[in-house]
Every structure is written in structure tokens, then in C-alpha cells.
Ligand binder design. Structure first.
Ligand code: HDE
Length: 678
């Protein structure tokens, strides 16, 4: 059996394993002899009230849905494990960050922010990247995003931001998209969003895959060591496969062709044994250096440039197991930045401080009460005891008479634990001040880092941002909103503001951006890892194709760790000129160019004109999305005719060996943005 087939068979057995040999009963254990017909007074008569089976089944069904998350409703998850490279005891007492012999189980949920639970996955949006570490000292949740800064500085503005971002209340339009008036009106009138909006309009907000994006804790946390000394820290995730994105035209089409594109990608990679790896990185600042930067280290609209504060890679997360049940795990998982373990503490970052309230609070509505920590996916792996009791959905049957502290009846148990024995002790930071509702002076510079980000972008990224903003504002109805945004952009870059203004038919803006030349090369995706691993290559061929050559190229693709999927005139076995046979995975009905990373065009004798037209369209679309295109035989002629030959990333060598190598190199490079669009 082929690898693919045996995996499918194995999946099928796994999926049905739980129900095998089981008898059907009611929820109360009464065996059922029949499950298709309700109990009626006569075959054509009314259903009877006494039908307890019908009532139970329908009642349960009527209550199957829970409220979706207020934000990050659309998400997908996987289990994994975290391994530490070297002890960080110099900085923290957390056991999963000091004991290199431990493998800490994890659960990671990726998400979009704005769309509802059923929305398409390639919306232009920030992605959530939340990981629960089930450590032996309790759960630590790193609840981050794929963008390292945020729109606002103070949590009290979060409801305003989200109201502006969500579909407009009077008509519920648009779904899962920021291209509308209220969102951009918010941006223009809350200029602390300047830095974040550039990230959000960059290619980062349409990732190629959850497996190919960075993750950031965003907020500043604190690590605390044995001596009680604190260091400020920012958390990062660095993907093994590098940071890669789609282009906008492609993303919009993917949403139609496969609205589950990202979840399917993650699920299939794990099923195929291509486990997903991210390195955990830390940026650490000595508290003595807290004030030595040209930004406030507590301001969540600022990055700590990696060139100034290097990212230390301290361990590896491997996602290696798919969820068994999407509701039980992906829907019911409850993350919270306040789930910390001894050795990890908070900073006074005002966004973080507000988040510490919100995440437990929201679960009360979403998961129906205060006992959501007892749901299997949320339970710590270490024992947990306290005097909290009862409430909706309580599962634990607590024994004993006392449920209060202090007590003498249970000899004062459960007892509190001194810090020396692992009890959590809050970091003893000295704080004093007037009670004020105010923004710190040090939080008032909204543009320096936006300019640094802009300066650090490659030409392609700059072009992407310009077009993204032009698209989004083009969808806004109010000229005043467009004008205000253009005005705001002119504080970042005259070039950016004029380009957008011109596209929108507005007058060029008057403001002059500050002359800041600082760059941070780490911010650009152009400097990322390139790898052909798990890339999906569409191979277009038909009966009678050149067997020797295709076999050679397919072997090369396989060796490089990429994945070829065959398109042909029909599904099933397709024979080459030398008897070699491949199994077609798709026709042009079931697959589409936008769902692939690259195309290898082979063709075959006796193809109909209509098939050739479709193959050329498929290839041209890949070309227009800057994807690698390889061709031999008929394919070469098709590329020639369409004017694609000779362009960067278009590989048409006659020498089989060099063709294979060059094509794989092109696949690793992902996209060729310096290509002429013909
Ligand atoms: Fe969240 N956020 N958030 N957020 N957030 C939620 O909690 C909130 C913020 C993030 O896959 C909610 O369980 C406030 C920043 C992720 O289940 C809610 C503020 C970052 C997820 C909430 C922020 C995040 C959430 C909704 C402003 C990146 C999904 C459902 C201070 C560091 C987790 C829920 C998952 C979810 C509140 C801002 C990341 C309402 C008040 C900044 C990845 O509690």
C-alpha cells in the first residue's frame, strides 16, 4: 500500500476506534433498541411526550453550541511538547525553563482575530498564537500573536478597538475584514496604532501557513530567579520553516477555494509526520537597563529591536499530535496570560495588566461558569487543591468537612506553600504614584518605530503595504476617513502617503514625516529561512507523459521533503510512455493553482485544446502570484507562448539533473517578486 493510502487507512481506524463494539444507550445508560423513529401514537400519529429517548437527544442537540470567543473565534490547535536547550536558572526558577531533562506537554491554538467561528482563514488579520505549557508546577500560558506590537497601549481601549474592527453593527458587514469605515476611523483617531497598522498591512497578516509565522508574547513579562532578582523579558517563537506569506489576490481566492486552508495545512502536516517546530526565543533586559532605550520597554506598541536586544533561543516546541475532538479541545481550551508559574511574573505594561482581568472573566460566559479549569484540556498535569467549591458544571467530588482557610478540622489543609518550597511569590517591585487616568509621557511617541519598521521593509513588502492600505481605504465609504488616514500615514512616510492618496484620488498630504533613518533588518521577512520542506507542488500531466523524466523529478521533490500532487484529465492511475504509473490526486475541478506553492508542467500527447487552456491558466495564475514554475516538454512550449520563459523562478532546463536541482531551489525561495508581470 502507498504511504498516503496506509496513512488514510490508519486514520480511518483511529477515528472509528472509540465507537467500535459499543452498544448505544441513553446518557443514563439505558440500552436503546432503535434510534431512527420517535415514539408515536400510530405510525402516522403525533409524537408522545413520554419518549424520553427523543427528548434527551433533541434537548442535547438544542444546547450543543457555546458562545464563540469575543475575539479569536476562528482557530485551530495541536498538541506538542517543549524541550529546553540549557538551564535558565540565572533568570528564573520555573522548572520547565531550568530542567533540560524535562519534556513539557503543550497545547497550541492558532487563530484569526476578527472573524467569527466559521469565517474564512485567509482574512487579512493578525493571527493568535497561544500555547499552554502543562508544567509540573502548574500551567503556563503564552498567549501571543504573530505580530510583536499591538494597536493600543491601554487595555481600557480594547472594547473600542474590537467594536471598530468587527462587522459594522447596523448591517453586519464585512465579515472577518478590516476594510471598512469604522476600523479605519478608529485607526486615524487613535494614532498609537501607527506602528501596528503597518505590520497588519504587511504580508505577515496573510501567512502561508500557521507553521510559517513567528509568534510574539507582545507584552513585557518578568523572569525572577532564586535570589528574587527580576529581568524584563519578551517571548518569541521562531518557526523552523521561516516566515512566509501569500499575496493578496491569492489569499482572497484561497478563501473561496478552501476556507479551511490553514487548519487543513496544520492537520495534514502533523498527520503526514511533518511535525511542526518553533524555537522559543527570549529577549532579556536587566532591570538596571529599563530606561536606557529610546522607547519605553513597557509600551506594547514598541518592539525591542533584535539588533539591540538579541533573541536568545532557549528551547524547541514540536507540534506532533492533532486534536481528537475539535470542540473538546480547540473550543474549550481557555488561555490566560495570568496563568503563570513561580519564576515568571508580570510587568506594569498597561495592556498586560488589563488582559490579566479579561481572560478569566470571558470564560465565565463562554464556558458557562467558574469551573472551566476542570475541563480536560484545561486541567493542570500537577495536583491542584484549594477551598473553592461548587458552581456550574463542578466535576470534582470534594470530600471532607472543611472548605475554608484557616481551619483546625483538617489541620489547616490544603496548606499554603512557602516560596522556598515552590509557593508563588509576587515580585516585590516598589511602586508608588498618584492615582491618575493618564498616558505616560514615555508612551507618547507613536511614529518613530513605525518609521523604523517602514525603513526596514524590502521593496516588495513596501509595495504590499501600499497596496493593502489602498485596498482597505478603497473599500471605505467615507472620504473623511480616507483623508484622515492618509494624513496619519504622512507622519510615517511621504512616499507611502502620496502613493495611497494618489490611488484614492486625494490631494497629496501636507505633513512631513520626521527624518529617522534607523532600521531593524530582523523586521523584514526578506531575511527569513528558506526551505522546500512540506511545500506543495502541483504537477500537471496526462496519459503518455514522459515517465523517465517525471519519475526523476518526483524523486527529487520527495527527497527535498516537498510534496507533489498530480493533476490530470481524470482521477486514478495515469500511465507514462514507459509504463511508469502515477495516481492523479486532482483534476482542475477539485484543485486550484492558488492552493499550491509551485507548479511543474509536463503535459502529454493527445491533450484537448480545452485542457491545454486550463493548464495554461493554472500556470499563469501561479506565475502572477510569483510562484516557482518548472516545465519540460509540452510545458516548455506553453510557458514560451505565454511569455513566462526566462523570468526569475521559471525553470525550463533540458538537462534533467540540473532541472531538478534548480526547481527545488526555486521552490525553497518561495516567491520571485522581481518577475515581470506579463
Ligand atoms: Fe486577547 N483576548 N486581549 N490579546 N487574545 C482573548 O480571551 C484581550 C491581546 C490573544 O486561542 C479573549 O478566551 C484584552 C494581545 C489570543 O483561545 C479575551 C486585550 C494579544 C487569544 C481577550 C487583548 C492577545 C485572545 C477572547 C487588550 C497578543 C485567543 C476569548 C488588553 C499578545 C486565545 C478568550 C485562544 C483571546 C482579551 C489584547 C492574544 C476577550 C482585554 C495584545 C491569542 O479575554
Amino acid at each position: 500500500m502507498s504511504d498516503k493510502k496506509s496513512r488514510k487507512q490508519e486514520q480511518l481506524e483511529r477515528f472509528t476506534a472509540d465507537d467500535r463494539d459499543k452498544e448505544m444507550t441513553t446518557n443514563h445508560g439505558t440500552k436503546l433498541s432503535e434510534d431512527e423513529f420517535s415514539l408515536k401514537a400510530g405510525e402516522r400519529g403525533p409524537t408522545l411526550m413520554e419518549d424520553f429517548h427523543f427528548r434527551e437527544k433533541i434537548t442535547h442537540f438544542d444546547h450543543e453550541r457555546i458562545p464563540e470567543r469575543a475575539v479569536h473565534a476562528r482557530g485551530y490547535s495541536a498538541h506538542g511538547e517543549f524541550e529546553l536547550y540549557e538551564s535558565l536558572e540565572q533568570y528564573t526558577t520555573a522548572d520547565f525553563l531550568t530542567d533540560t531533562s524535562k519534556k513539557t506537554p503543550t497545547f497550541t491554538r492558532f487563530s484569526t482575530v476578527a472573524g467569527s467561528k466559521g469565517s474564512a482563514e485567509l482574512a487579512r488579520d493578525v493571527r493568535g498564537f497561544a500555547t499552554k505549557f502543562y508544567t509540573e508546577e502548574g500551567n503556563f500560558d503564552l498567549v501571543g500573536n504573530n505580530i510583536p506590537v499591538f494597536f493600543i497601549q491601554d487595555a481600557i481601549k480594547f472594547p473600542d478597538l474590537v467594536h471598530a474592527l468587527k462587522p459594522e453593527p447596523h448591517n453586519g458587514i464585512p465579515q472577518a475584514a478590516s476594510a471598512h469605515d469604522t476600523f479605519w476611523d478608529f485607526i486615524a483617531n487613535n494614532q498609537e496604532s501607527a506602528h501596528m497598522i503597518l505590520w497588519a498591512m504587511s504580508p505577515r497578516s496573510i501567512p502561508r501557513s500557521f507553521r510559517m509565522m513567528e509568534g510574539f508574547g507582545v507584552n513585557t513579562f518578568r523572569l525572577v530567579n532564586k535570589e528574587g532578582k527580576g529581568h524584563l523579558v519578551k517571548f518569541h517563537w521562531k518557526p523552523k520553516l521561516g516566515v512566509h506569506s501569500l499575496v493578496w489576490d491569492e489569499a482572497q481566492k484561497v478563501n473561496g477555494k478552501n476556507p479551511d486552508f490553514h487548519r487543513a495545512d496544520l492537520y495534514e502536516a502533523i498527520e503526514n509526520g511533518d511535525f511542526v517546530e518553533f524555537e522559543l526565543g527570549l529577549q532579556i533586559i536587566d532591570e538596571g537597563d529599563e530606561h536606557s532605550f529610546d522607547f519605553d520597554v513597557l509600551d506594547p506598541t514598541k518592539v525591542w529591536p533584535e539588533e539591540e536586544v538579541p533573541v536568545k533561543r532557549v528551547g524547541k516546541l514540536t507540534l506532533n499530535r492533532n486534536v481528537d475532538n475539535v470542540f473538546a479541545e480547540n473550543e474549550q481550551v481557555a488561555f490566560h496570560p495570568g496563568h503563570v508559574v513561580p519564576g515568571i511574573d508580570f510587568s506594569n505594561d498597561p495592556l498586560l495588566q488589563g488582559r490579566l482581568f479579561s481572560y478569566t472573566d470571558t470564560q465565565l460566559t463562554r464556558l458557562g461558569g467558574p469551573n472551566f479549569h476542570e475541563i480536560p484540556i484545561n486541567r493542570p498535569v500537577c495536583p491542584f487543591h484549594n477551598n473553592q467549591r461548587d458552581g456550574m458544571h463542578r466535576m470534582t467530588i470534594n470530600r471532607g468537612q472543611s472548605s475554608y482557610h484557616n481551619n483546625s478540622l483538617a489541620d489547616n489543609h490544603p496548606r499554603t506553600v512557602p516560596p522556598e518550597e515552590g509557593g508563588f511569590e509576587h515580585y516585590q517591585e516598589k511602586v508608588e504614584g498618584e492615582k491618575v487616568r493618564a498616558r505616560s509621557e514615555s508612551f507618547k511617541d507613536h511614529f518613530s518605530q513605525a518609521i523604523m519598521f517602514w525603513n526596514s521593509m524590502s521593496e516588495h513588502e513596501k509595495g504590499h503595504i501600499k497596496d493593502a492600505i489602498s485596498f482597505e481605504l478603497g473599500k471605505c465609504q467615507q472620504t473623511a476617513v480616507r483623508e484622515q488616514v492618509v494624513d496619519m500615514l504622512s507622519n510615517i512616510s511621504g512616499d507611502l502617503a502620496s502613493y495611497v492618496a494618489d490611488n484614492l484620488g486625494l490631494a497629496a498630504p501636507q505633513n512631513q514625516a520626521e527624518n529617522i533613518t534607523k532600521t531593524s533588518p530582523a523586521l523584514s521577512m526578506a531575511n527569513t529561512v528558506q526551505s522546500p520542506e512540506t511545500r506543495k507542488i502541483a504537477v500537471l500531466l496526462a496519459e503518455g507523459f514522459n515517465g523517465e523524466e517525471v519519475q526523476g523529478v518526483l524523486d527529487g521533490i520527495d527527497k527535498a521533503g516537498a510534496d507533489a500532487e498530480i493533476f490530470s484529465t481524470k482521477l486514478g492511475k495515469i500511465k507514462a510512455d514507459n509504463g511508469y504509473t502515477v495516481e492523479a490526486d486532482h483534476t482542475f475541478l477539485t484543485g486550484d493553482s492558488v492552493l499550491f506553492d509551485a507548479v511543474y508542467v509536463v503535459g502529454g500527447p493527445d491533450l484537448s485544446e480545452s485542457y491545454k487552456m486550463k493548464a495554461k491558466y493554472f500556470t499563469k495564475e501561479a506565475y502572477m502570484h510569483f510562484k516557482p514554475v518548472g516545465a519540460t516538454h509540452d510545458g516548455k512550449d506553453w510557458l514560451e507562448e505565454a511569455g513566462m520563459s526566462g523570468q526569475p523562478g521559471v525553470i525550463t532546463s533540458d538537462d534533467l539533473e540540473s532541472f531538478g536541482e534548480d526547481f527545488i531551489k526555486a521552490v525553497a525561495a518561495h516567491r520571485f517578486f522581481d518577475r515581470e508581470l506579463v
